[in-house]
Design a protein around this ligand. Structure first.
Ligand code: FDA
Length: 392
């Protein structure tokens, strides 16, 4: 039986950070993962450049049944703390938009940095190692790691959510929580494209590939970003953002080109050149195919001069107060994150330790704290990893 102070399951963003912190504090740490390589989601994130944090990250950018839970960890390990670490390693970065920080080079630099931190803390990393059994007695966790026994007083679960099963995502954290009687808030896909019912989908099919600025809202979520028509439905940052606020049956509201009043643009166009059609007038503000689609849908084929201002206002409304009910989402196959997870009421917000099971910790995406798109989810992974890593 190999004995450790700490065993961490999951060598992703949160697990690597936690292992490095605990190792550097002199703990004997074993970090295990069933995947071939550590930090695979870091590697593919941000289109290969890793949107590793957001300079404005705060509790307001996260969804959770308890919006206060994340405050403590986020305040004790801030975006500036992560940037300082990135700078120490000489990793070049830039702000893309909306406070989102990306590597200039490759996401692999972030993985290399975390592995170097683990090495400095003498962390033992075992990959391709599934947990085949888990027992808890006399204040020790005993694990069978691909048949090899190992034990520790502290067990940290950092196995993430269910998103992208093709990359090895599992519901392991939820199974462990349930086994110890800890409530799990039903996990569901977040930051995920919408699918549409077949009628609307075939109507919008010719628009695939078009991107347009929108203000999109659903429930308490409202975002001003781009929306993308795809062959499967609707995507783009605005849609991914609002999907986290959507429940089946909810209507989504879209204002295309929220920066202008389209009704005013159309009436002005009518005054200036009444012989043009609605589609041409719209095409001064929208991509041509989209302009044609909305004009056709409203049955507006004649000259602007022949259309009443009321009719033009109705057309503008159909574009700036567009409402639809998604049929669903693309699900875990493409979701960037998993909403829900380990109930935060069961955890200490300072340390991430389970209140009812001393020595058991949950960190990262498996916890019911889910960030917006834009570097917030990694910031939570780093901050919750540090909160646990400094406590164990
Ligand atoms: P993470 O998923 O990183 O790690 C979990 C680890 O546990 C994995 O290594 C996995 O193999 C392992 N594991 C799972 N089950 C196991 C089991 N049963 N036994 C052993 N090991 C197991 N966020 C962001 O802030 N900026 C961004 O740019 C992006 N981009 C992005 C792109 C894409 C395509 C996706 C899918 C996601 C993002 N994200 C993101 C989200 C971000 O990747 C995510 O929130 C964090 O990686 C979560 O960190 P965790 O460590 O909690 O889980």
């Amino acid at each position: 039986m190999s004995e450790f102070d700490v065993i961490i399951v999951g060598a992703g963003a949160a697990g690597l950070m936690c292992a490095a912190r605990a190792g550097r504090r002199g703990r004997k740490v074993l970090l295990v993962d069933h995947a071939k390589k550590p930090g695979e989601k870091i590697r593919i994130s941000g289109g290969g450049r890793c949107n590793f944090t957001n300079i404005g990250a705060g509790p307001q950018n996260f969804l959770s049944e308890n919006r206060h839970f994340a405050k403590s960890a986020l305040a004790r390990f801030t975006p500036a703390d992560f940037i300082a670490m990135v700078d120490r390693y000489g990793i070049a970065w830039h702000e893309k938009t909306l406070g989102q920080l990306f590597c200039d080079g490759s996401a692999k630099e972030i993985i290399a940095m975390l592995l170097a931190e683990c090495e400095a803390g003498n962390v033992e990393i075992r990959l391709e190692t599934p947990v085949t059994a888990l027992e808890h007695s006399a204040d020790r966790f005993r694990l069978s790691l691909d048949g090899m026994p190992a034990s520790a007083r502290t067990l940290v679960i950092a196995t993430g959510g269910k998103s992208i099963p093709k990359m090895g995502a599992t519901g392991f954290a939820y199974e462990v929580a349930e086994r110890f009687g800890i409530r799990v808030i039903e996990p569901r896909p977040g930051l995920v494209p919408f699918t549409l019912d077949p009628g609307l989908q075939s109507e919008l099919q010719p628009l695939a590939g078009i991107g347009v600025p929108v203000e999109v809202s659903c429930g308490k979520g409202q975002f001003n970003e781009a929306m993308l028509f795809t062959h499967r439905g609707l995507s783009g940052p605005a849609v991914l953002q609002v999907s986290s606020y959507w429940s089946p049956g909810d209507t989504v509201m879209v204002k295309i080109r929220p920066d202008i009043e389209l009704a005013d643009v159309l009436t002005a166009a009518k005054r200036e050149n009444g012989r043009q059609g609605a589609a041409s007038a719209l095409a001064t503000q929208l991509p041509k195919r989209l302009a044609q689609y909305f004009a056709d849908r409203a049955g507006m084929t004649g000259h602007l001069a022949d259309l009443s201002d009321k009719a033009l206002a109705r057309l503008a409304d159909s574009i700036q107060d567009w409402r639809f009910k998604p049929a669903g989402t693309e699900g875990y196959r493409t979701a960037e994150v998993t909403l829900g997870g380990i109930d935060t009421k069961a955890l200490s917000s300072r340390t991430m330790e389970a209140r009812a099971v001393p020595g058991l910790y949950f960190i990262g995406e498996c916890v019911d704290v889910t960030g917006w798109l834009g570097g917030y989810n990694f910031q939570w992974a780093w901050a919750s990893g540090v909160a646990a890593g400094d406590a164990i």
